[in-house]
Design a protein around this ligand. Structure first.
Ligand SMILES: Cc1ncc(COP(=O)(O)O)c(C=O)c1O
Length: 390
């Protein structure tokens, strides 16, 4: 067999491999596993969205290629209406919005649209791995921005060396954050936009969790900052917003030139999404919220965080996103503690090192727990962790 491309060798080894193997072993041994690993909504897509899909799928117009410029028109109009209602921002559906086949696809292709060999991406750590991997695959280099607990898991933009900032092309941000559950105040986005303007960067804000929030908190958009549209593109996803991960639909909004650039690449790569899915997504954006699911996540978050706090752990309740990110006890690192939880408590978590070197002493626990109806599996996870000798 011929060898894959040189760039293919830049893909780092799969860091979750060891845990996946341990999970297979535990299941084979008949262990009763509580899986706090995956961040994939366990609740079904709300019924009205499925009904909207059924209606749309009966329309033969949706059975053909989507030949629009950047996405089925009612979908992009719904995106614009939603952005106005949700963030108070004006988005031209014709030039400042485009459909994505999930935000992961859009994030990956943004790297491919902008990064030449030797170009620099400013990448947070810990982070969703897609920003880094696709920069590397495109031949670029990553300048790591540590996101430390003492800074609320926000990167310190002033710590980026001037020569690096001058050479960089993309500034990647993600709030509400995976894996830390951190949020970004509008002041941070103001600084980030000013930084992007000063150094002529494209600010890419991954807002996949913008609609997963708790209590009175509502995540903000970078596009709420005055002038942000000059330098920013923001990616949203229906995946976590409406329990639609398998449907593969998201959107990008913001700078028209960046939207056009990404769309030019994509129009040579894919033929958009099944229009019936676009119509169902438009219905969701215009008519629905996902409050029952958010209420369940909140309940699970409180059971997990209050339970671990009662055990003496130092746990911060996330205001948004799906994750509880917490330091491992003295004497462990991310991997050794994740293994211990799996082997001794039958609780699967993700070792923070999987998200970068600054995740070395952390684990991530997800609030999407398959099989949990009303928090009972989280209660049981806390009980088992409490029974474990540290
Ligand atoms: C931070 C972040 N961004 C983007 C995505 C991709 O979501 P999707 O491609 O389903 O829109 C995920 C998925 O877990 C994520 O955690």
């Amino acid at each position: 067999m011929i060898a894959p491309s040189q760039r293919f060798t830049k893909i780092p080894p799969y860091l979750f491999g060891e845990i996946a193997a341990a999970k297979r072993k535990a299941i084979a041994e008949g262990k009763d596993l509580i899986d706090l690993g995956i961040g994939d909504p366990d609740q079904p897509t709300p019924a009205p969205i499925i009904e909207a899909l059924t209606r749309a799928a009966h329309d033969p117009q949706t059975h053909r290629y989507d030949e629009t410029n950047a996405g089925w028109t009612p979908f992009l109009e719904a995106v614009s209406t939603w952005a106005k209602r949700r963030f108070g921002i004006s988005i031209d559906p014709l030039t400042e919005a485009m459909l994505l086949i999930g935000s992961k696809e859009g994030l990956s292709h943004l790297a491919w649209s902008y990064i030449d060999p030797g170009d620099i991406s400013l990448v947070p750590d810990p982070a969703y791995t897609v920003y880094k991997v696709n920069t590397l695959m495109a031949g670029g280099e990553c300048h790591i921005m540590p996101c430390l607990e003492e800074n609320g898991f926000l990167p310190d933009l002033t710590a980026i060396p001037t020569d690096v900032a001058k050479k960089a092309k993309l500034l990647w941000l993600n709030y509400p954050n995976n894996p830390t559950g951190a949020i970004a105040p509008i002041e941070f986005y103001r600084d980030a936009v000013a930084f992007a303007k000063e150094y002529n960067l494209l600010l890419v804000n991954d807002a996949a969790y913008a609609e997963v929030y708790y209590d009175d908190y509502r995540p903000v958009s970078v596009l709420e900052v005055e002038g942000a549209k000059d330098v920013s593109i923001e990616l949203h996803s229906l995946s976590k917003m409406f329990n639609m991960t398998g449907w593969r639909i998201g959107f990008a909004i913001g700078n028209a030139e960046a939207v056009g650039t990404l769309n030019r690449l994509k129009s040579n790569l894919d033929s958009k999404q099944f229009p019936a899915i676009s119509l169902a997504a438009a219905h969701a954006l215009l008519e629905l919220d996902n409050q029952p699911t958010l209420d369940l996540y909140k309940k699970r978050r409180d059971i997990l965080c209050d339970g671990l706090t009662a055990l003496g752990w130092n746990v911060t309740k996330p205001k948004a996103a799906l994750y509880v990110w917490t330091r491992v006890p003295e004497g462990y690192n991310a991997m050794s503690f994740a293994k211990k939880l799996l082997e001794e408590a039958g609780v699967l978590v993700i070792p923070g090192i999987g998200y970068g070197q600054y995740g070395e002493n952390y684990i991530r626990m997800s609030l999407t727990v398959m099989g949990d109806k009303n928090g009972e599996l989280l209660t049981e996870a806390v009980r088992r962790i409490g029974a474990m000798a540290l």
